[in-house]
Design a protein around this ligand. Structure first.
Ligand code: URA
Length: 433
């Protein structure tokens, strides 16, 4: 079988067999298929799409390209979540301790930020001392003992996705439904949890720009999860503006801690409560109303925040920092963005706001770039907000004075201010079971 013929077949709109897909994945992982041929095939898939059977075969080959984690010792209590990526999306930091406080077993491997979207592992590393790597047995022992461990993607988990995702990121082939489906679901299947909740983002800060595209992606992922014997639900949630107020790393951890302390309500709280409710329904097998109450009680009682501290402590992190850190700590410059006019914010380009945070140092432009954990943006007014000329719309934190001016312009360009308030939109568009 020649990889050239596989590329040609897909380029011409053909349907690949399981064997052809396996030949591509095996060859790409072992190095016999070079990046340029893999990139050509990804682009052919981007334009030609894949049938359900092709997507399922691709997911299966990618999941089996490395280790498969066995979580059977935890029975049906294992629960995972995955977001397709957004701006200000710190939901894992909030929902993981909530469901662990309720008896779920969260054995989670998370990613780093790339492009305009943030990553949980980078956020966790802003907690002084926090370790995000662990040997497999230590990881499982921690889940056994306290119900939660979150680390970076381990050495040999879905190496096919690791290579392909990095390649797609630089070849404009990320936003393809079969490629996102296989990337997300291969990781979830290899990571071993019985119960999975997907947060499929839709809007300007997401890979899927409309709820309809997000629904299509969600249906694909749910079908594959079910075919692999998992209990799986997908929420389609709004990413037409940053989620919550913080966009960065340390500041997102601080905001997450505030939500867990019950000190912050709003869109972030609502999305997290919805995700944690779905996770609890799956792992505990309880009806929605019961799960909703358990989730609210876990926050109100302080149990969820205690669980976060237990988790941080178990991974070497400084819990005193978690209790006392403030927005802007460690950043030499705090630069306000002022409204240029009176009116209402009618739209926000969340992707551009994510890019502004990257300019400040909160993300990477290239994989090898270092992150400034203290850099980021506190969004003070969001879509629908009434603003006055000169009012502070956001505060930019950075250690690089020159980047602040560039980020400030980028932030202002990301907003539209008009004379009339826009219509209110949904936060949760749909739930796919
Ligand atoms: N998140 C992933 O893990 N993979 C994708 O392809 C897109 C978002």
């Amino acid at each position: 079988m020649r990889i050239y013929d596989i590329i040609l077949k897909k380029r011409n709109g053909g349907t690949l067999t399981k064997e052809e897909i396996a030949c591509f994945i095996d060859g790409y992982v072992n190095g016999s298929v070079p990046d340029y041929q893999a990139a050509a095939l990804c682009m052919a898939i981007f334009f030609r799409g894949m049938t359900d059977a092709e997507t399922a075969a691709l997911t299966d080959c990618m999941a089996r390209s490395g280790d498969m984690i066995d979580l059977s010792r935890f029975g049906g209590l294992t629960v995972d979540k995955h977001s397709t990526g957004g701006v200000g999306d710190k939901t894992t930091l909030i929902v993981a301790p909530i469901v662990a406080a309720l008896g779920g077993k969260v054995a989670k491997m998370s990613g780093r930020g790339l492009g305009h979207t943030g990553g949980t592992v980078d956020k966790l590393e802003s907690i002084p001392g926090m370790r995000v790597t662990m040997e497999r047995e230590a990881f499982l022992r921690q889940v056994e003992a306290i119900g939660i461990a979150v680390i970076g993607q381990s050495g040999n988990l879905t190496p096919a996705d690791k290579k392909l995702y990095a390649l797609r990121d630089v070849t404009a082939t990320v936003d393809s439904i079969p490629l996102i489906t296989s990337s997300v679901m291969s990781k979830k299947i290899a990571a071993g949890s019985k119960n999975i909740v997907l947060d499929v983002k839709a809007g300007s800060g997401a890979f899927m720009k409309t709820p309809d595209d997000a629904r299509l992606l969600a249906r694909n992922m749910v079908a594959i999860g079910k075919a692999c014997g998992r209990n799986i639900t997908a929420l389609i949630t709004d990413m037409s503006r940053p989620l919550g107020t913080a966009v960065g790393n340390a500041i997102e951890v601080i905001e997450a801690a505030e939500v867990l302390r019950g000190a912050s309500k709003g869109d972030l709280y609502d999305v997290c409560a919805a995700l944690a409710t779905e996770m609890t329904m799956l792992f505990a097998g309880v009806p929605r109303a019961v799960a909703e109450k358990q989730v609210a009680d876990a926050i109100e009682s302080g149990a969820a925040f205690e669980k976060m501290k237990e988790w941080v402590c178990a991974q070497g992190g400084d819990t005193a920092w978690l209790e006392s850190a403030k927005y802007g700590d460690g950043a030499a410059f705090a630069v306000p963005v002022l409204s240029p006019s009176d009116g209402f914010i009618t739209s926000m380009n969340a992707e551009a706001i994510g890019a502004a945070a990257v300019i400040l140092g909160a993300g990477r432009s290239k994989k090898e770039d270092a992150i400034d954990h203290s850099a980021g943006i506190i969004v003070k007014e969001k879509t629908g907000g009434a603003v006055k000329k000169g009012q502070v719309l956001a505060c930019l934190y950075t250690n690089n004075a020159a980047s602040a001016q560039q980020a400030k312009q980028r932030y202002l360009d990301a907003l539209t201010i008009g004379p009339q308030a826009p219509e209110k939109t949904e936060l949760i568009f749909d739930i796919i079971r």
